[in-house]
Design a protein around this ligand. Structure first.
Ligand SMILES: [Zn+2]
Length: 145
């Protein structure tokens, strides 16, 4: 009698194990399916990103002027003074001279050439702009004082 009980119990155990492993199988299958879906989604998203990058690269190649205009504007100068158009032009000239000291550029207000001293560039008559000094030192962003 006792043997029978044990047999039944072990049969039950085996059945439970089988059932739970089958359930685990179903769970795994669902997991596998969602993994597959996620993987497909990932490929899809990578594909989209790749296409977008390709489009950007094409645009940059085909229309370089677009890339230039999209670039952020560089700082014209340091200092908190507000400046007029002529002074901005003067600063712009100083920027150009920082790139090439051999350029023949005159201050737009005084019409005089810039004072170049090594790596320093000065507006010849900053007081005509209403400032004490307009200059760039050591190739740094121009300053107004
Ligand atoms: Zn000037």
């Amino acid at each position: 009698m006792e043997n029978n009980f044990e047999e039944i119990r072990s049969a039950e155990d085996a059945l439970l194990k089988k059932l739970s492993s089958e359930k685990a199988g179903i769970d795994n299958l669902q997991l596998l399916n969602s993994l597959k879906k996620a993987r497909l989604m990932k490929i899809y998203i990578y594909g989209q990103v790749f296409l977008i990058l390709l489009a950007i690269a094409f645009m940059a190649y085909r229309y370089p002027e677009l890339a230039v205009s999209a670039r952020p504007q560089r700082i014209l100068r340091y200092g908190t003074y507000s400046t007029d158009a002529k002074t901005d032009e003067c600063l712009s000239n100083i920027w150009k001279l920082m790139g090439d000291k051999n350029l023949k550029l005159n201050c737009p207000v005084s019409q005089k050439p810039y004072v170049i001293d090594g790596k320093n560039i000065y507006c010849p008559e900053p007081q005509r702009h209403g400032f004490k000094n307009i200059y760039s030192k050591d190739g740094q962003v121009p300053r107004i004082e």
